[in-house]
Design a protein around this ligand. Structure first.
Ligand code: ADP
Ligand code: MG
Length: 229
């Protein structure tokens, strides 16, 4: 039996075959994030009112509304171009600390993924590059009570699944679960970065808003991957 793939099978990259993410899937992920930010806007703002300035839900909602409009206007044709567009739009539309941080994460992820589609290890590497860019910009380490406390364990979980050869949906599900666990673990922490750090020990006992939005972003990825399976 010949193992040669007929040329026409290279014409279209599948939306998802268990181990590939393409432009449509990236768009669907971003739409799912926008829907989550709409749904959880008040909750995120409520969390930020306890240890910040009560605008995190507003910031994320404004940012992803602008992203939705930007993606409708432009027509990015690679996974990377979609994610770069998300990043640049967040940077230009969100005033709070979270705008440049998430903006940098998505832009860096996008720059790492310039092919029309990405496989699971490539996506894992892009997520890790995004995390590095947030840490470079914000100088937060795990345990500082920030979005890093959800993002870092999510990247680790995704990478572990990728390395053991699991499909995109399984890796994304593990990442979402790890992000939520990391999010819950921020409650007893004392903030050492961002606005919440001004409160000192009074920041203890509250879940971090940015870790919460990060968990929503990974849950959106898991749900999008599962729906495309
Ligand atoms: P702002 O603090 O400017 O009002 P937001 O309310 O939108 O911005 O976002 C607050 C969230 O940003 C925090 O809950 C935290 O997770 C995250 N954050 C703040 N500073 C940093 C940092 N230096 N590194 C990583 N995340 C940070
Ligand atoms: Mg705030």
């Amino acid at each position: 039996m010949s193992t040669t793939t007929p040329d026409h099978e290279h014409d279209r990259v599948p939306t998802m075959n268990g181990d590939t993410v393409d432009t449509d899937l990236a768009r669907a992920w971003v739409q799912a994030i926008a829907a989550a930010m709409d749904q959880h806007k008040d909750h995120l703002t409520q969390l930020d009112s306890a240890i910040g300035d009560a605008d995190h839900g507003i910031n994320m909602h404004r940012g992803f509304s602008a992203v939705t409009a930007a993606l409708a206007a432009a027509d990015p044709d690679t996974v990377g171009a979609v994610l770069v567009k998300v990043g640049t739009t967040l940077i230009s539309s969100v005033g709070g600390a979270s705008g440049p941080l998430y903006g940098s994460a998505f832009r860096t992820m996008g720059k790492a993924l310039q092919a029309p589609a990405a496989d699971v290890p490539q996506f894992a590497a892009a997520l890790a590059a995004g995390l590095q860019s947030v840490q470079k910009l914000g100088a937060a380490a795990p345990g500082d009570k920030t979005m890093i406390d959800a993002y870092a364990p999510a990247v680790d979980a995704f990478r572990q699944r990728a390395e053991s050869g699991e499909g995109f949906a399984a890796a994304a599900l593990a990442a979402a679960d790890a992000a939520e666990e990391g999010m819950r673990a921020t409650t007893p922490m004392q903030a050492r970065k961002g606005r919440a750090s001004y409160l000192g020990s009074r920041s203890i006992g509250h879940q971090d808003p940015g870790a919460t939005s990060t968990a929503l972003i990974f849950r959106a990825l898991a749900e999008t991957a599962e729906a495309a399976r």
